[in-house]
Design a protein around this ligand. Structure first.
Ligand SMILES: [Zn+2]
Length: 182
């Protein structure tokens, strides 16, 4: 689903990470409620959680919208554009995307896209893509024994120097330090 494993989605909901809102939904089997990843309600047990890519699938499986995070409120045209682009970036993070490719996919100009994206998320499409890549790298550092070089390419970075630079900017440490500290 959307290039995210169960374990990765679980990590996002434990962190209440709003940057993945709209890309998947958490459904709790015991309460029959579904939520956004960023919902701040008490966390369910892992064993009781299912993930759905769309609201329709969650509803068809018998879940109701959470009253707290209200995942069923309609999206503004701006958020629809932004969520569509986030989903595109998550699907294609391994490719060397430039802003023009992303704007072409969304059917708008690069300038318009960047402005709308920034207004809605305070990220640009490029920094969001970097965040997705760093999240992938963090996950692999925690859960795999891949080398830094393998993780660099697995996470979609085009060069190790770029990987180290972006990783340090976001995580305030190097990949090696991150792995050692865990
Ligand atoms: Zn909720």
């Amino acid at each position: 689903m959307a290039n995210l494993s169960f374990e990765e989605m679980w990590e996002k909901i434990m962190a209440c990470d709003s940057s993945y809102d709209g890309l998947f939904y958490t459904a709790v089997k015991t309460t029959k409620i579904y939520c956004r990843p960023s919902c701040r309600s008490r966390k369910p047990k892992k064993i009781n959680v299912d993930f759905y890519e769309t609201i329709t699938e969650a509803i068809e499986a018998g879940f109701r919208a959470c009253k707290r995070c209200q995942p069923d409120t309609g999206l503004s045209p701006q958020m629809e554009l932004v969520t569509g682009v986030k989903s595109f970036l998550l699907m294609h993070y391994k490719k060397p995307l430039i802003l023009q490719d992303i704007a072409d996919h969304a059917g708008v100009s690069p300038f318009y896209l960047e402005r709308q994206f920034k207004q809605a998320t305070s990220d640009t499409p490029r920094t969001y893509l970097e965040k997705v890549r760093v999240d992938k790298a963090v996950h692999l550092l925690k859960h795999s024994s891949l080398t830094n070089l393998e993780i660099c390419y697995e996470a979609g970075f085009q060069s190790t120097s770029n990987f180290y630079k972006v990783f340090r900017t976001m995580m305030n440490c190097s990949p090696n330090e991150y792995r050692r500290l865990r």
